[in-house]
Design a protein around this ligand. Structure first.
Ligand SMILES: Nc1nc2c(ncn2[C@@H]2O[C@H](COP(=O)(O)OP(=O)(O)OP(=O)(O)O)[C@@H](O)[C@H]2O)c(=O)[nH]1
Ligand SMILES: [Mg+2]
Length: 216
């Protein structure tokens, strides 16, 4: 067996990024409620189904803390995009593997993630990440990174790099076979949100957003 990971999820932590501008949505995506549950809470609860060690990286922890029972809030002082947010979170972790998740993945489910976790012991030790791939490149915000990737990541950031795709291209990354691409549906705009509502067959609990969607 690969010695990077035992069978226990005590070797896994999760990092959730909640520090974006939500400029396309026009309102904080993390707080959009679906079935009365804010997206940030939905994602952290899924992550907590895999590991008790869940870190939420954000420059505004006060906005989210009431929804994030049992999570560690990591306050970002100088947010510069998802890559630096991830590096900040990764520096707090101590596990062999870290699951990185965006906060705007409303179709994410626990079961496929559990299956992916079960495959981590098979990943080549020289790989820095285990990620889904789509036609435009890696999906960096729903997959796994070895904690040993931190020095590489810090060096890349110190050299001025801010692109996940560029950084990942410099290293071995193993692809997660994706049976349900829908899981990665990224909710960035009011139109995206409108698209997913039928899946949940529910009312949207955010009145301002209801107006935006109606205008769209
Ligand atoms: N901690 C942290 N998370 C970030 C930062 N920028 C983006 N994110 C997160 O990264 C994920 C993907 O972000 P995007 O959807 O690409 O961008 P966004 O800034 O949230 O939204 P737009 O302004 O519409 O591009 C989301 O979970 C964001 O909260 C950042 O500077 N710090
Ligand atoms: Mg997004």
């Amino acid at each position: 067996m690969n010695d990077r990971l035992s069978n226990s999820n005590s070797d896994l932590a999760a990092i959730i990024l909640a520090g974006g501008k939500s400029s396309r949505m026009g309102t904080d995506k993390a707080l959009i409620e679906i079935e009365g549950i804010p997206l940030i809470q939905r994602i952290t609860q899924i992550a907590q189904g895999l590991t008790p060690q869940v870190y939420v990286v954000t420059s505004t922890p006060e906005k989210y803390q009431s929804y994030l029972k049992g999570c560690e809030l990591v306050k970002e002082i100088d947010p510069q995009g998802p890559l630096t947010g991830f590096a900040e979170g990764l520096s707090w972790t101590h596990t062999e593997w870290v699951l990185l998740l965006a906060c705007d993945l409303p179709k994410l489910k626990l079961e496929p993630l559990q299956e992916w976790v079960s495959r981590l012991p098979e990943i080549a030790p020289e790989a820095i990440a285990y990620l889904p791939h789509h036609p435009k490149g890696w999906e960096p915000l729903c997959g796994f990174y070895g904690r040993s990737s931190l020095p590489h990541l810090q060096a890349y950031i110190a050299s001025g790099g801010r692109s996940f795709q560029e950084w990942l291209a410099q290293h071995l990354v193993i692809e997660i076979p994706l049976a349900e691409p829908d899981l990665l549906f990224n909710c960035n705009t009011p139109a995206d949100l409108n698209n997913i509502l039928s899946n949940f067959s529910l009312a949207l609990d955010n009145c301002d957003l209801k107006k935006k969607i109606a205008e769209n």
